[in-house]
Design a protein. Structure first.
Length: 434
């Protein structure tokens, strides 16, 4: 064939944008956020801030919902799936299961609630932060759903309650042993059902974001499901921070402290979150402040006190704790995953006091100690001088800060928010492209 004829044929069938106009994409991303802890909303907001204001719908409940209402994004109130029970620093899985015994009935209503939100707002991709209902709702509607979580196996939670029975008939009064036995029976009976729901939950999601460092440096490594059907969906995206560490580190973080606190050479931040059963830790910190007048104690949380000390700064809840963290030589916390990742990124050593029997926190605490950036105390050790001794040790031992700085370099090499947005928009685009 003559080349001129071929070139003319190509021109005749040449596709132009006017022949096939592109479909306009309208991303609408729904974040369904667990309200049992402040960190869930912090990491979701980290992603939301990288999206357009009109692209985002946020859903949660309780004090987290109140926090989200103050953001520029569309916010809806949703129902909690689980209510956690605890007392005096103890997380109680047995009583938690009893309190949530109506969950199989209630979850159907919550799934319908989530479906209605997705339909009403024209959602094109769902991000579920540690909630089951939005995953099942999205699956029913055929919408892409990304699970954001730092834990994919829950079997260790059940081991704690059963192990609590060992030797208890000898060591405890019969009434306590009977109570422990009753909870163990209930917990053991619930275990197969809960683990089956978890497995279905993980299968129903399209992808799993793990806001952690990759193995073997992962803080949550012992709590990740060791099955290929889960591992192939997991994406270790690195720390999800609600603030830019570059801007925070370069800022004048002394401005977060009133002038009267500027002259303290040693400062300790204690972050307590919103759970009332952490009151014993709060009281222990107050006593520590009395005993160490040369150290400034900055307390973040919703606890109040009539104690008035010149070295005690009760801040309350804050949306951006990073400025306070950077004023600290040491941070006392519960080893919650989001808090741990924030402190790792800032290069700060930790003294962790996990909620008793809260397996995730206890696992994180152990890992942080293995990484050389933390030491651990239990609630039982708070009032026997151990807290004072441990704080003194950490303030005078540079090895923890040195280890923290090493792992900080790895944490800062990730740009988790941008990676998360890229994947989310990709899923959103897939269902709109034709």
């Amino acid at each position: 064939m003559d080349d001129r004829v071929l070139q003319q044929d190509i021109k005749n069938i040449q596709v132009t944008s006017s022949n096939f106009p592109c479909k306009e994409l309208k991303h609408k991303i729904y974040f369904s956020i667990n309200g049992e802890g402040y960190g869930h909303s912090s990491r979701c907001l980290a992603i939301a801030k990288q999206l357009g204001r009109g692209e985002v719908v946020l859903g949660s409940y309780g004090y987290v919902f109140n926090r989200l209402k103050n953001t520029p994004y569309t916010t809806v109130e949703i129902s909690p799936e689980v209510s956690f029970v605890g007392k005096d620093g103890n997380f109680d899985i047995g009583l938690t299961i009893i309190k949530n015994s109506s969950w199989p009935v209630a979850i159907n209503q919550i799934i319908r609630e989530e479906k209605k939100i997705m339909q009403n707002y024209g959602i094109t991709c769902v991000v579920s932060d540690s909630r089951t209902a939005p995953v099942f709702a999205a699956n029913k509607l055929g919408l892409p759903c990304i699970l954001l979580t730092n834990q994919t196996t829950f079997a260790p939670f059940f081991d704690v309650e059963i192990n609590d029975l060992e030797g208890s008939l000898i060591e405890k009064p019969f009434r306590e042993w009977l109570r422990a036995g009753t909870k163990a029976v209930i917990t053991n009976a619930a275990e197969p059902f809960v683990l089956k729901v978890v497995k279905d939950w993980l299968k129903a999601t399209d992808e799993i974001f793990i806001p952690d460092l990759p193995p073997p440096y992962s803080v949550g490594l012992p709590l990740y499901y060791n099955e290929n059907f889960v591992k192939k969906k997991q994406r270790f995206i690195g720390p999800l921070l609600p603030w830019s560490w570059k801007l925070i580190v370069d800022s004048d973080y002394r401005k977060f402290l009133p002038v009267q606190y500027h002259n303290f050479k040693k400062r300790i931040v204690c972050t307590l979150g919103g759970h009332k059963y952490r009151r014993p830790l709060f009281d222990a910190v107050l006593n520590l402040a009395k005993r160490m007048p040369e150290v400034l104690f900055i307390v973040l949380g919703n606890f109040t006190s009539d104690v008035n000390l010149p070295n005690l700064f009760l801040v309350g809840f804050v949306d951006n704790p990073a400025g306070y963290y950077l004023n600290a030589d040491l941070v006392i916390n519960q080893a919650g995953h989001s808090t741990a990742m924030e402190l790792i990124t800032l290069g700060l050593p930790m003294l962790v006091v996990p909620d008793t029997y809260q397996v995730e926190q206890e696992s994180n605490a152990k890992r942080l100690c293995e990484l050389g950036i933390a030491t651990k105390l239990s609630y039982k050790e708070l009032n026997n001088g151990a807290l004072f001794d441990q704080v003194q040790h950490m303030l005078n031992e540079p090895a923890y800060a040195a280890s923290a700085k090493d792992i900080t370099k790895l944490a800062r090499s990730y740009i988790a928010e941008e990676e998360a947005v890229r994947v989310i928009r990709d899923y959103s685009e897939r269902i709109q492209s034709y």
